[in-house]
Design a protein around this ligand. Sequence first.
Ligand code: NAD
Length: 292
Amino acid sequence: SAKVIDGKLVAKQVREEIAVEVSRMKHAIGIVPGLAVILVGSRKDSQTYVRNKKKACEAVGIKSYEVNLPEDSSEEEVIKHIASFNSDPSVHGILVQLPLPRHMNDENILNAVSIEKDVDGFHPLNIGRLAMQGRDPFFVPCTPKGCMELLHRYGVEIKGKRAVVIGRSNIVGMPAALLLQKANATVSIVHSQTKNPEEITRQADIVIAAVGVANLVRGNWIKPGAAIIDVGINPVDDPESPRGYRLVGDVCYEEASKVAGAVTPVPGGVGPMTIAMLLSNTLESAKRIHKF
Ligand code: NAD
């Protein structure tokens, strides 16, 4: 049966490595990396994400700065805060928690973040550079970067392999496909309009699923021995759980683990990697800015 790709364990290792580097930097040049988070509105889920990001920063010695703006703020107000973080030398990473309120234009806001501090990797110029041969973005979006890190740390060969990414969102599927291509895989993208997705997926040595549909990928979609990275986080009813639901991925884990060579569980796979990669991007930024 398939090897379990333990994202929780890898994320812990990554955070420990970052803590060591942060302390080395502090002692050598007296600077610690800083991450600024801007939250607009009071969505409970966004508040939780921001709190978790702050806690994760503290645990590795990264300084965090937070700005909370009311739901009815104007785009200009948000951009004013971004501009002040852009020019603040103690801030090396800036992220605007998404989704933004409906009256705001995401692109105007994301465009305002300095591409050199865009630790989410969502600035159109960073995405553009990710898509170009011979160019590199300053930052790679955290969730797809976490997927690649898992493949690397589990020794999955990418060069020359067939990869299928299921889903084409700006934050996961599309950048994941670009990264696999940069790593010299031959990449197909399966999306909501794809005919015979199972047939295409079955050709893949590497599958990254980022759809948001519980258990979409069944055992018979998977080539024997393939590496499966499951990004999906989907609640399904479970009367036996105290919360009344549990979380499952886009891949039917039970079936996949009988066919695949390696597979990420949900929870405990890609999930914990996202924040670890945010910390990694913030450290990388501080190192680059201070030439450390
Ligand atoms: P999204 O809704 O923005 O995009 C979903 C994509 O799936 C779309 O491109 C769509 O074309 C495709 N799709 C929809 N139905 C399909 C089908 N039946 N067959 C094939 N493709 C189909 O979602 P997202 O933001 O990319 O997130 C995807 C999943 O990953 C969600 O479950 C989300 O909760 C999870 N997620 C996890 C993390 C993490 O682990 N840290 C981060 C981001 C998202």
